[in-house]
Unconditional design. Structure first.
Length: 490
């Protein structure tokens, strides 16, 4: 498993490695430098380098890296903002002085003097900054970005100016071409501006033992599909009912139902205000009662079909939270005991529902997340945990990198995503896919993991085969085999 750390958790890991396992800070710094030198050499060919060092241990990593690079290069320059503040960092600066490595204080350099260097290395702040860089630090970062038009930038641990907990950039930040991160992944790589960097990250534990590297957030592991049993039938392969739709969003429930069907569900019902067929003929459509343009929450003749369903998807295209609440009450009255995925307008009603005979999973996008008490302008991992502690239900936050918090409060992140999933209908599709895998007998963890893999990898594969402009929810569903084949390949 691969954990994702807050800055506080990472510092605790450092402290534990040093104080409980006797791995001196100088060893960690040395290993970070050695890894960085090797990684940069594999990514880029270069003959000269300039390293920008801050005063903390991130700067110390830079000083140690300069020593390694000096052994292979003739032209290495260190630009430093301050004299190092830690003993380990100062020791590495002293060695660089003894090796006669070129160095200049940051306030004495000019853009012209640095333009000939092949690569730029940012070791200014690392995870040590959570506010906007000011004064000469901001100016230095802006200079680095100007130089990047001709030379690639490598950031050590985190791009300087990027908040490692939130991914926010309150001021100037280094627009790195690659990030060499130490110990473990950081939360900031999966949120806000920081999400732009995750696919550029190269990591190494720098000899920290697995015993110290633990967090309450981790990446989903690569999923595994179960083989379908030879004696299975449509009912054993999962029965799903999608409830939703309105005059404004008539197609949303059909997209969700189509996603369920195309990801393996045995039987799919789709109950809407008009009951009109809007997708595959294999889906069973039914009409629900509405008044003044809103569904009433009455299940009518579809009560028995609902009771037979393993999973219900409630909310796609539904016009009001009141209608969603009415359906949740109706399910409670008939003692439905399966799983209800609350999406769209049903998220808020699902969050408030109590003492239900069925399990609820909430699947908000960031706007709907805000409607149940979450926030979108800081550490969304922290906010997700806070909302979970109040609603006591699993939540899938459909962020740029989706977050899922389970019944035990453990949070998982899917790395399989694409910017081209940010289109109308893909959230509806995902809710149906999740329902399908839960109905097929997968745990919540496995169902979420496979569903996010299926939609994300399919989008990535389609980007390679078609223009991203034409990627739609139904095109994704029709090409799920691309993601399944990629599993088979590995």
């Amino acid at each position: 498993m691969q954990y994702i750390f807050s800055s506080e958790e990472m510092r605790r890991c450092d402290s534990k490695a040093i104080n409980e396992f006797g791995i001196h800070g100088a060893i960690l710094m040395e290993n970070a430098a050695r890894f960085s030198a090797d990684a940069i050499g594999q990514i880029n060919e270069y003959d000269s380098a300039v390293i920008f060092c801050g005063k903390g241990n991130n700067g110390g990593d830079g000083w140690a890296l300069a020593r390694h690079m000096k052994a292979a290069l003739k032209d290495v320059l260190v630009v430093y903002t301050d004299i190092p503040s830690s003993d380990e960092a100062r020791a590495n600066m002293d060695v660089c002085v003894n090796l006669d490595i070129s160095m200049l204080p940051a306030d004495e350099i000019s853009l012209d003097a640095l333009e000939h260097y092949d690569i730029l290395i940012d070791a200014i702040f690392g995870i040590g900054l959570n506010s906007a860089p000011e004064g000469r630090y901001a100016e230095l970062i802006e200079m680095i970005n100007l130089l990047a038009t001709a030379s690639p930038i490598f950031s050590l641990d985190m791009p300087s100016g990027l908040d490692s907990d939130t991914g926010l950039t309150p001021g100037a930040y280094v627009e790195a071409d690659a990030v060499l991160t130490f110990g473990g992944l950081k939360r900031g790589f999966f949120q806000h501006t920081g999400a732009r960097f995750f696919d550029k990250v190269y990591g190494d534990p720098i000899s920290m033992p697995p015993e110290v590297l633990h967090s309450t957030v981790e990446l989903f592991q690569r999923p595994v599909l179960m083989a379908r049993k030879a004696d299975s039938h449509k009912y054993s392969n999962g029965v799903i009912t999608v409830i939703g739709g309105s005059d404004k969003y008539p197609a949303a429930p059909g997209i969700s139902a189509y996603g369920a069907l195309k990801s393996g569900a045995g039987m799919v019902y789709c109950l809407t205000p008009d009951g009109e067929r809007i997708s595959s003929p294999e889906i069973i459509y039914g009409k629900l009662e509405q008044k003044r343009g809103h569904l009433t929450g009455e299940l009518g003749k579809w009560k028995e079909s609902v009771l037979k369903s393993d999973v219900i998807v409630l909310g796609p295209g539904i016009s009001s939270a009141a209608a969603a609440k009415a359906f949740l009450e109706a399910l409670k009255e008939i003692k439905y005991s399966g799983t209800v995925i609350c999406d769209a307008e049903a998220v808020k009603a699902g969050a408030k529902a109590k003492n239900t005979p069925y399990e609820i999973i909430l699947t908000p996008h960031p706007g709907e997340f805000k409607g149940i008490g979450g926030h979108n302008d800081g550490d969304m991992f922290k906010s997700l945990k806070e909302v979970f502690s109040k609603v006591k239900k699993p939540i899938l936050l459909k962020n740029s990198y989706p977050f899922f918090i389970d019944n035990d409060g453990q949070t998982y992140v899917s790395q399989y995503t694409s910017a081209y999933l940010s289109k109308a209908g893909t959230g509806d599709l995902l809710s149906g896919v999740i329902a399908s895998f839960i109905a097929q007998g997968y745990s919540f963890y496995d169902a979420l993991n496979i569903s996010l893999f299926l939609t994300g990898v399919t989008a990535i594969k389609l980007e390679q085969k078609h223009s991203h402009l034409g990627i739609t929810a139904t095109l994704l569903a029709d090409n799920f085999n691309l993601a399944v084949e990629s599993l088979d390949e590995e």
